[in-house]
Design a protein around this ligand. Structure first.
Ligand SMILES: Cc1cc2nc3c(=O)[nH]c(=O)nc-3n(C[C@H](O)[C@H](O)[C@H](O)COP(=O)(O)OP(=O)(O)OC[C@H]3O[C@@H](n4cnc5c(N)ncnc54)[C@H](O)[C@@H]3O)c2cc1C
Length: 611
């Protein structure tokens, strides 16, 4: 069902939105709150808005059908304290330590407090969480989590969560969906965000969404790397839109590598493989993580939560890098790999807990985990950084809120713990909705019609200019290849000042050449050539924010490891980086203190030794 907005009867909130001047330029669609993105965070925000204030008009805008959002691909599960000897304090400590003390601790407190309520809410909306034999919700171990607290639905957790949210959203007529609309520019007037422009893909027409508040929930930007678990839609669009509108991108240098991707496709084999007891071997059959501060070795299949394969992702990926340099990895046609061995779990457990993993390993690699170890290697997975928001999910631009992977609130600090992201989408998706409501209560309705019309006109003119170019030599595919290779070469698991400086220079050059990109397809209907050109522009902006922030951070912390500054430097860098847009120039990097409430920076210990 593509619920065309124009066919639905809006539930009016009584505010008169008509803006004749904008409508003269572009077809205009009006809402109280417009949400950019219909993945987990966007849908959760939309439901919260509709529940809290049924008379609101909510526009939910997405470049893909909601169920195709990346949340659908999440496998392992969502963290929330529920049982055993776990506590909110444990979840807090694991998250803050896992993030190498770069998390804002007030935000982490909010996350862990709200998490159980959100996960139970999903249960009530129909999410089929996996169960223990006694009928209680099952939880599994996850990397860096020292207690079992990851709720899961086999290894299709994201699919079930997204489906639950999507079907729940259908109950609310006030949520007007605009599927397959590509947002291009935020509209800012008088220091406030008033909406955005978007291309309706099936007609190629640009439309203007005017709203009293905007929530960006547009997901991550992993596609700026060539080898990634991320779906093709994760091109950092929302991050780039906010950045160009003057909102800083925070902590962008922290890019997460997941240790276990299939070496040929980058497809993720979830951390739940290790949570359920799978082990990582080098070519000598050694569980090598014990050689990198994640020992001692534990019996096969017995997950001891602090150690070995359940170390945090940054540490496990870095251990791979070191062991690879010692020549200990297994050479394959796709490069060096380690082996993920799950054979000892047995067919019954693998089929019950990891059916998708088995399917994918067989389909993509021809390896059955029941009978053989699976070659895997680290793969770009997640952006810890993103649009600067406060604990209320508000950005510094009034009227603009952000939640989910595109936002940096920040609960993930320098390294996200697996299974905290799905929880974050729910908790901060709802929080963004509540903050937007508070904002609506306090804000006047209309902007300056002339200024809004001018902004919409500018967005349309930029699109026309791109369409009108001819005879230029630069192609989207060519520039994208140079971008992704540069990122892999210089902004990977380990970085150096020299490499990052080279990356910054290359990206500046690519940004200049991007102005000469020519479209081959000049038609209107589902013009993917056009969309990919726009996505490339977004990735270039995000990539510059990553490399400039990484060059300026002269320390090693979490997922940001510098070969030339190998130690964590709390005296100078216990601070968030803020990449600020400067048009044709490289971003300016500013800093803000981390919020520390009760956990002073300490040593990250995953050795499993009793202290
Ligand atoms: C393979 C994989 C497995 C994962 N497993 C787990 C896990 O087990 N546990 C966990 O906690 N986390 C996991 N993660 C991370 C987590 O799934 C993501 O961080 C999260 O789902 C992102 O959700 P989101 O709502 O922020 O964005 P998405 O689900 O990515 O949705 C983004 C939305 O924005 C829309 N959009 C983007 N740009 C535009 C534009 N220009 N115009 C209009 N619409 C736009 C898209 O159409 C989409 O609807 C996994 C990630 C991957 C890739």
């Amino acid at each position: 069902m593509n619920s065309s907005p124009n066919r639905r009867t809006p539930t009016g909130s009584g505010v008169n939105y008509r803006n004749a001047e904008v409508e003269r330029i572009l077809e205009t669609l009006h809402a109280d709150v417009a949400i950019l993105g219909a993945g987990g965070a966007g849908l959760r925000a939309a439901i919260a808005l509709a529940q809290e204030s049924p008379a609101l008009r909510i526009a939910l805008v997405s470049k893909v059908y909601p169920m195709r959002s990346h949340t659908c691909a999440a496998e392992g599960g969502a963290a929330g304290v529920i049982k055993g000897d776990d506590s909110l304090e444990h979840h807090f400590n694991d998250t803050v330590g896992g993030g190498d003390w770069l998390c804002d601790q007030d935000a982490v407190d909010y996350l862990v407090r709200e998490a159980p309520r959100e996960l139970i809410q999903l249960e009530h909306w129909g999410c089929p969480w996996s169960r223990e034999p006694d009928g209680s919700v099952a939880v599994r171990p996850f990397g860096g989590m020292k207690k079992q607290r990851t709720w899961f639905a086999a290894d299709k957790s994201g699919f079930h969560i997204l489906h639950t949210l999507f079907q729940t959203s259908l109950q609310f007529p006030s949520i007007e969906r605009y599927d397959e609309y590509y947002a291009t520019d935020l509209i800012v007037d008088d220091g406030r965000c008033r909406g955005f422009t978007a291309i309706e893909m099936r007609s190629g027409q640009m439309k203007c969404f005017l709203a009293r508040a905007v929530i960006i929930a547009s997901g991550g930007a992993g596609r700026m790397f060539p080898f990634t678990t991320n779906g093709a839609i994760k091109t950092g669009d929302g991050m780039a839109l906010a950045y160009r509108a003057g909102v800083p991108l925070k902590d962008m240098e922290f890019v997460q590598y997941h240790p276990t991707g299939l070496p040929n496709t980058g497809t993720l084999l979830t951390e739940a493989c290790r949570g359920e007891g799978g082990v990582l071997l080098n070519r000598h059959g050694r569980r090598f993580l014990q050689d990198y501060g994640m020992g001692p070795e534990t019996p096969l299949g017995k997950a001891v939560l602090k150690t070995m394969e359940l170390g945090p992702r940054d540490r496990v990926s870095q251990a791979f890098w070191h062991d690879q340099r010692k020549g200990n990895m297994v050479g394959t046609q796709w490069g060096d790999c380690m082996l993920l061995d799950m054979r000892h779990l047995g067919e019954k457990k693998i089929d019950e807990r990891l059916p998708l993993v088995r399917d994918m390993a067989i389909s993509y690699l021809g390896v059955d985990p029941v009978t053989d170890p699976v070659p895997v290697r680290p793969v770009v997975h997640y952006m810890m950084g993103g649009i600067d928001t406060d604990i209320r999910a508000a950005t510094p631009l009034p009227g603009l809120f952000a939640a989910g992977e595109c936002a940096c609130v920040s609960i993930n600090g320098a390294n996200r713990l697996g299974s905290n992201s799905l929880t974050e989408l729910l908790v901060f998706g709802r929080r963004a909705a509540l903050s937007a409501l508070e904002f609506l209560d306090s804000s006047p309705a209309a902007g300056n019609a002339g200024v809004l019309a001018a902004r919409a006109g500018e967005a349309q003119a930029r699109l026309r200019e791109l369409f009108g170019r001819s005879g230029e030599t630069e192609t989207v595919a060519g520039l994208r290849r140079e971008l992704t290779t540069t990122m892999e070469e210089h902004a990977g698991i380990y970085r150096s000042g020299e490499g990052l400086a080279e990356a910054c220079a290359t990206l500046a050059d690519l940004r200049r050449r991007y102005r000469s990109v020519t479209l081959h397809d000049k038609t209107n209907v589902y013009n993917t050539d056009l969309l990919q050109a726009l996505e490339l522009g977004c990735m270039l902006d995000c990539a510059e924010a990553v490399t400039a922030s990484a060059l300026a951070r002269r320390e090693s912390r979490g997922a940001h490891q510098r070969l030339d500054f190998t130690e964590r430097d709390d005296a100078n860098f216990l601070r968030h980086s803020l990449a600020c847009y400067r048009g044709d120039e490289a971003p300016a990097i500013d800093y803000r203190d981390v919020v520390i409430t009760r956990s002073p920076p300490g040593v990250r210990d995953y050795s499993g030794e009793q202290k």
